[in-house]
Design a protein around this ligand. Structure first.
Ligand code: PLP
Length: 410
């Protein structure tokens, strides 16, 4: 017996993290928390294993007035929030063109809106073969299908040829295409596209645009605050100036990592186009989709961001704290990558972000084997994900060698 509508009946989330976390908790109970290495969590943890929250964000949030917490917000988002988000997204690299944004429930909401409104139902949405599993769930929910290109070539660089081939193949079947690119500091590998990689991506978009095809590119920047120097990691954004009007670039902005506001569910979808008409349409359709999904989003979190960004002292304190978090994760990841190199573990190239990955043909077996050493990581389809955001530096020593040992044992 099923009561669900036929299109909904088979929906079931497969959560790779749940099993790994459950096994970790069991081991912690048996052997003690200090003996286990939990590399499964997608949030920054301090060295004591507690949630790391940016003090300035917490202070401003707790100091909000009643109205800031409880009033409805405008459906498109607080205007001051959208203005600050646009400054945060681009820093000094704002492309020329028309720009608009829409507040969303986290980066997830931004991805949802992009797929719901820019991928033709029944068509394919393109992302790399190493990808955040939620893209697949959102594509299915919106009546599309996710398809992949091979992210890395044999030298672990961006596989331009694989990307170009896949785009060409898809344009034989469909006239418009949404591409999702998670950079800088990709989940799950920590990889970032170079400026040259972007030149290839945009040259291809222009080539097909000249033939009348439409391309929307969603840049998922969830981890941009953990990728390097602010303007350095955003330099590619200048390339989005003066693109053809049938190439739309969007950004999924999230307060989850950069503000440690994971549970506050606040983000934005930001769009750049050379066409004013395309941007007016963007505002109309995304506001409509917001109304149909969550209506308006978290006023308190939006206000917190505005208060921090519009007060020099608060902004500086926040940036210093966030940079310290970034440095902490970098140091943890450096330990892993250095030891991986020393022992010959083929870890994927890491530029920044919360996660590192190691390819494996049987990731679940490798993760199970790691349990012998009380190390808990997440088995993905193509490999093992180690969360540098939640493993203290001291515990990271030796993890790479143990992953290698587990890889060799299965
Ligand atoms: N994009 C990627 C690749 C992520 O890993 C995440 C969170 O884990 C997000 C976007 C969005 O997160 P949120 O919806 O919490 O803002």
């Amino acid at each position: 017996m099923t009561m669900a509508a036929s299109h909904a009946a088979n929906k079931k989330l497969r959560d790779a993290i749940f099993g790994a976390t459950a096994a970790c908790n069991k081991a912690a109970e048996k052997y003690g928390l200090d003996k286990v290495t939990n590399a499964t969590i997608g949030m920054m943890m301090n060295d004591e294993g507690g949630l790391a929250v940016l003090p300035t964000v917490e202070k401003v949030y707790r100091g909000l007035e009643t109205e800031d917490m409880f009033r409805y917000a405008p459906i498109a988002g607080l205007p001051a929030y959208l203005e600050e988000v646009e400054k945060l997204v681009f820093a000094d690299n704002r492309p020329e063109g028309y720009i608009a944004s829409c507040a969303t429930a986290g980066g997830t909401g931004a991805i949802h809106h992009a797929v719901a409104n820019y991928a033709e139902q029944g068509t394919k949405v393109l992302t790399s073969d190493w990808f955040w599993g939620t893209y697949n769930v959102i594509a299915n929910e919106c009546g599309c299908k996710l398809t992949n290109y091979t992210l890395f070539d044999e030298d672990n660089n961006f596989n331009v040829a694989a990307y170009a081939n896949k785009v060409s193949e898809l344009y034989k079947e469909q006239d418009s295409l949404l591409v999702i690119i998670n950079t800088p500091a990709h989940n799950p590998t920590g990889f970032s596209l170079t400026e040259e990689d972007w030149d290839h991506v945009l040259a291809l978009a222009k080539k097909y645009a000249a033939r009348g095809k439409k391309m929307s590119i969603l840049v998922d920047i969830a981890y941009i605050d953990f990728a390097g120097e602010r303007n350095e990691v955003r330099r590619f954004m200048k390339k989005f100036s003066n693109l053809p009007e049938n190439v739309l670039v969007m950004f999924a902005f999230s307060m989850s990592k950069g503000y440690t506001a994971y549970g506050q569910r606040t983000g934005a979808l930001v769009a750049v186009s050379s066409s004013e008409e395309v941007i007016t349409e963007f505002q109309n359709i995304n506001k409509y989709t917001s109304r149909a999904t969550w209506s308006n989003i978290n006023r308190a979190a939006m206000t917190t961001l505005v208060r921090i960004q519009q007060d020099d002292a608060l902004r500086q304190a926040y940036e210093t704290e966030r940079d310290n978090f970034y440095q902490t994760i970098q140091k943890r990841a450096e330990v892993f990558m250095k030891e991986a190199k020393e022992c010959g573990l083929p870890a994927l190239p890491y530029n920044g972000g919360f996660f590192l990955s190691v390819p494996a043909s049987d990731p679940q077996a490798v993760c199970n084997k790691l349990h012998d050493d009380l190390i808990f990581a997440v088995p993905l389809k193509m490999g093992v994900r180690v969360a540098a955001c939640c493993v203290p530096e001291a515990k990271m020593h030796g993890v790479a060698a143990k992953v290698l040992k587990a890889l060799q044992a299965v």
